[in-house]
Design a protein around this ligand. Structure first.
Ligand code: HGY
Ligand code: MN
Ligand code: MN
Length: 401
């Protein structure tokens, strides 16, 4: 095979482009994501890998037999709305090139696989790392089945439409038990490697992060016939909540709090909303402080809402504690990549979910802009190839250690 990471990514460069937002919008089980899945399966099959899809929709491409104690790499193909070209697909393309390297070097040893996890971003059904959470039992299957997208379609319905039996969604200890070590390569979502002048880093930790839905309810009414003093306008309460989110988060060093999504109901220009849903993405290295922050924000939001005659209901949609990757595995990876610094990340990954169950590590590849979840996310061709070679070297070590 003469594929390079850049040539593989060039094959999908037009899939799921979003002219309105810029970048890519590839929600799970969209046409775009299905094309990306077919792209991956085509390349895996062409390499003689045994491809299967498990009960949770995770794709596994096996070389050298199926588990146990397999060395598994992989990432995701779904994106955030208006996302970059590399968040997810870089890990998949690099895994294909790394597997080519292992074949070229005649590397045997443990079975190895590439995994493609669905709905890592949680952009359609609201729960990040949905596939790996189902696989590991971190997400209740009944709750998963009833998750709905913005059209009100449940995950169960979408799963059925896509050849999965929703009754089988859930923990899969047999599949999980095949993994001996999991190593995910991902574009760095920050400027650590730029500042350090290195192309590749070894991951040290993932920041704890959660998502909470704030449903602010007031009284829907006519924009023209309702005097200002007679209103219970949840949009006003929502605006004040968004400002206080920043105030509270800035009071705690290293906290990151974001409201990136807000949905007024019914959403008419000449209509006072009856309800506003907004989502808080909150992250901090210390889980106790994350909890403090969400409680503080929720209580202040209730107070500002009350002043507008509104109420607030807060629902936790997903939460992942801070994850420190296995120290021994980090040391092994750094022994293979002596130039690679160790970097933490503020971004969540399926590796963070799997780490609770199997020895797990990450590699990050330099992103000159440091920007992610936006069209300007970038990886230079030379760094992309360096990442695949680094992944190949680490997989060889893990397969033969
Ligand atoms: O949201 C995250 O941190 C990841 O990109 N899903
Ligand atoms: Mn990602
Ligand atoms: Mn992402």
């Amino acid at each position: 095979m003469t594929d390079t990471v850049s040539s593989l990514l060039a094959e999908i460069a037009d899939i799921g482009r979003d002219p309105a937002r810029g970048g890519y919008t590839r929600p799970v089980h969209s046409d775009a994501e299905h094309i990306l899945r077919e792209w991956f399966v085509g390349h895996a099959t062409a390499r003689g890998l045994d491809v299967e899809r498990d009960r949770n929709g995770i794709i596994w491409a096996w070389a050298g037999g199926v588990g146990p104690d397999a060395v598994v790499t992989g990432s995701h193909l779904d994106s955030v709305p208006g996302g970059g070209a590399y968040d997810g697909p870089l890990g998949i393309a690099s895994a294909l090139v790394a597997f080519d390297q292992l074949v070229a070097r005649g590397v045997g040893g443990r079975p190895r696989a590439i995994a493609v996890f669905p709905e890592e971003e949680g952009s359609r059904f609201g729960v990040a790392c949905l596939g790996s959470r189902l696989l590991t039992g971190a997400l209740d299957p009944d709750r998963a089945r009833s998750l709905v997208d913005s059209e009100g379609t449940t995950l169960a319905e979408v799963a059925s439409r896509n050849g999965l039996d929703p009754r089988h969604l859930g923990p899969d200890p047999e599949t999980l038990g095949r993994i001996g070590t999991f190593l995910e390569l991902h574009v760095e979502q920050g400027r650590g490697l730029v500042d350090l002048g290195e192309p590749v880093a070894v991951g040290s930790s993932i920041l704890g992060h959660g998502r909470w839905r704030f449903s602010i309810s007031g009284e829907g009414n006519h924009a023209g016939t309702t005097l200002m003093g007679d209103r219970r306008d949840p949009m006003v309460a929502a605006a004040q909540t968004i400002v206080l989110v920043k105030t509270v988060a800035r009071s705690i060093p290293d906290a990151r709090a974001t409201v990136g999504r807000l949905v007024p109901v019914p959403g008419g220009t000449n209509v006072i909303a009856s309800r506003v849903d907004l989502w808080l993405d909150l992250r901090h290295p210390e889980d106790a402080l994350t909890r403090y922050l969400v409680d503080e924000i929720a209580s202040r939001a209730a107070a500002v809402a009350a002043e507008e005659g509104c109420t607030v209901e807060v629902t936790e949609e997903s939460y992942s504690p801070t994850v420190d990757f296995d120290a021994r595995l980090q040391d092994q990876l750094c022994a293979v990549l002596p130039q690679a610094p160790r970097l933490s990340t503020g971004a969540g990954h399926d590796a963070g979910v799997l780490k609770q169950h199997v020895p797990t590590g990450m590699l990050f590849v330099r992103n000159p802009t440091g920007v992610s979840h936006a069209p300007s996310e970038q990886v230079e061709d030379a760094d992309a190839e360096a990442g695949a070679l680094a992944l190949a070297a680490c997989l060889e070590m893990l397969a033969t250690a």
